[in-house]
Ligand binder design. Structure first.
Ligand SMILES: [Fe+2]
Length: 168
């Protein structure tokens, strides 16, 4: 089994009993792959992006247990140590672990997105969250302008929410 196959199954076990959370990260992972491929990222960056997409919300569970809250900042604080342990146990190289943990610790921060892995993780998470949160078209259009940067991400966003040609 590859490291990534192992990571996918470990994350499903980690969130076992919570199918909504599992289906969330599987969707984010798939959109991240689609955008990363569309943007022709090198394989080293794709590996980081895929791992980050799988574990990006790993801090929610700890934040809920510790503070009874899944606030974004608490997730960013609690996620990286749990992600680090899982990725290291699986055998991911140190530099991959470091970058993935950085992304887990920043994925609710939309300033200074320093890299395509960061940008695409955020776009993929929005593609899923805008639907899961039943966001209004006004919110979706604002996210399009303020957050989305890649052509591949924007193409999916526009098609999925039928943004082109609509007046609202
Ligand atoms: Fe997420």
């Amino acid at each position: 089994m590859t490291k990534e196959q192992e990571l996918r199954l470990r994350m499903i076990s980690y969130d076992g009993g919570d199918p909504a959370r599992i289906q969330h990260f599987i969707k984010v992972y798939t959109f991240a792959v689609m955008i990363g491929e569309g943007e022709q990222l090198p394989e080293e960056t794709m590996e980081i992006l895929r791992a980050a997409a799988l574990v990006h919300d790993i801090g929610i569970k700890v934040a809920e247990e510790k503070y009874g809250s899944s606030d974004g900042k608490l997730q960013e604080k609690e996620g990286p140590p749990v992600a680090r342990q899982m990725l290291t146990e699986i055998g991911y190289p140190q530099e991959v672990v470091d970058r993935v943990c950085y992304l887990v610790g920043h994925h609710h921060t939309y300033l200074d997105m320093d890299g395509m892995d960061y940008q695409i993780l955020v776009e993929a998470d929005f593609l899923v969250n805008l639907f899961e949160n039943a966001s209004t078209r006004k919110v979706i259009r604002s996210v399009d302008t303020k957050i989305f940067r890649t052509a591949a991400g924007r193409r999916i966003l526009h098609a999925m929410f039928a943004l082109d040609g609509a007046e609202d």
